[in-house]
Write a protein that binds this ligand. Structure first.
Ligand code: HEM
Length: 406
């Protein structure tokens, strides 16, 4: 870790993340100013909460640190977008949050999600089958990209022919800070992707209400009560956008950044090849080491203090998972990638109230994907420079050129 020039610390600037997260800066700040005030270009600013224990504290006090007040990203949204976001579980506060989350919880339990194992394995195989004996691929899009939207399509019972459309909208829905990813593409650009996705889901819900219930999540949602009333088709639309958005880019990142971490640690990749029982531990370490999301935001609803630092009502905070996951008070040799790390209390899925609803699904996808990847390809080599997304929110790769050999 290099020296840090304290005069130029800016952990908001998305360019800062192009060569990887500024871990040396976070490490320095954890020691010197673990609750760090960061100005933003729009004239506002936020408290970056950098210690593991403090992130846990903020997450556990939803009444003081609201997800709903200003949403979960640092940029303040216009009233219309904020209202849309507040309809998502992610940006609800108690008691509404509990009322919305409870009916869904059973469907996301490990045992229920485990029932998808065979289908997810088939999807992985189909994706990998497209690769020849010795092919150069762009791993992020050619291999990782379509799995998460296919899995959500399966979970929700969407017709197969619609999966690629959902995938395209999901891809365009995130990473607005990266000029390449946000670029206007007249051939595929059919308007605001989240609006399109919501409209699609609204129509889908309306059609499904006229059919006998099936075994999927859509049937369960349409038959459930949320806060004392069934979901309207419009609520369903927002919820659908949230599921696809929450589960798509994050999972894709876990898979692609996971492969890169393993290629950078060939001894551990070799160990995984000889003993697949290490895969679940490797997935956890990938999640800690290359956490797909850098942070989520909260807004203080009342004056409070964190580690002796006064936080005023209305101020924004970022729970910086990227820093918390390398907190030396919690993790031994935090900058070391170690698939045998145990315990591994990383915060990549958040914690408390809003703990990721899709956690079991994400872990299952991670495990099956790496099992299938190692079973299918005897050799995996990097053939060019990995390219990272310009974002202070998504800790993602946008290109990972590799050669896969059977
Ligand atoms: C590696 C993959 C994933 C990561 C790293 C991840 C990360 C997170 C994090 C950090 C939160 C907490 C938000 C907060 O505290 O404000 C969250 C919540 C959530 N995640 Fe995930 N997620 C992943 C995959 C998924 C998948 C596959 C799904 C569903 C298909 C999903 C659905 C959700 C939902 C619905 C919430 C909101 C829960 C609530 O507010 O009660 N996630 N996720």
């Amino acid at each position: 870790m290099g020296a840090v020039d304290t005069g130029t610390i800016d952990i908001y600037e998305p360019d800062r993340y192009l060569d990887g997260p500024p871990h040396e800066v976070f490490e320095h700040l954890r020691r010197t100013e673990p609750v760090y005030w960061q100005d933003m270009p729009d004239g506002t600013g936020y408290w970056a909460v950098l210690k593991h224990a403090d992130v846990v504290h903020v997450a556990r006090e939803p009444n003081v640190f609201s997800a709903s007040e200003g949403g979960v990203v640092l940029e303040d949204l216009d009233p219309e977008r904020l209202a849309m976001m507040r309809n998502m579980l992610l940006a609800m506060d108690p008691p509404r949050h509990v009322a919305y989350r409870r009916p869904l919880a059973d469907s996301f339990k490990a045992r229920v999600i485990g029932g998808l194992e065979a289908r997810i394995r088939m999807m992985c195989r189909e994706i990998m089958e497209r690769v020849g004996e010795h092919d150069d691929v762009e791993f992020v899009h050619d291999i990782c990209g379509s799995l998460p939207s296919q899995v959500i399509g399966e979970l929700m019972g969407l017709p197969r022919e619609d999966w690629s459309r959902i995938h395209r909208w999901a891809e365009r829905n995130t990473s607005g800070q990266d000029p390449d990813l946000a670029r206007h593409d007249p051939e595929h650009d059919d308007g605001d992707p989240s609006v399109n996705m919501a409209l699609y889901a609204i129509e889908f819900a309306a059609a499904r209400r006229n059919e006998p219930p099936g075994e999927d999540l859509t049937s369960l949602i349409l038959a459930s009560e949320f806060d004392g009333a069934p979901m309207t088709d419009i609520d369903f639309g927002s919820f659908f956008v949230q599921l696809v958005t929450a589960g798509n880019d994050t999972t894709k990142t876990m898979l692609s950044a996971g492969l890169l971490a393993l290629l950078e640690h060939p001894d551990q990749l070799a160990e995984l090849r000889t003993d697949r029982s290490f895969v679940p531990g490797a997935v956890e370490e990938i999640l800690r080491w290359a956490n797909p999301l850098h942070y989520f935001r909260r807004t203080a609803t009342a004056p409070t203090e964190i580690r002796g630092v006064r936080v005023a009502a209305g101020q924004k905070l970022a729970m910086v998972y990227t820093s918390a996951n390398r907190d030396e008070d919690v993790f031994e040799n935090p900058h070391r990638f170690d698939i045998h790390r145990d315990p591994n209390p990383h915060l990549s899925f958040g914690i408390a109230e809003h703990f990721c609803l899709g956690v079991h699904l994400a872990r299952l996808e991670g495990r099956i994907f790496f099992e299938e990847l190692l079973d299918t390809f005897a050799t995996i080599e990097l053939t060019g420079e990995p390219c990272r997304t310009r974002s202070n929110l998504n800790n993602a790769l946008k290109a990972l050129p590799v050669r896969l050999g059977r």
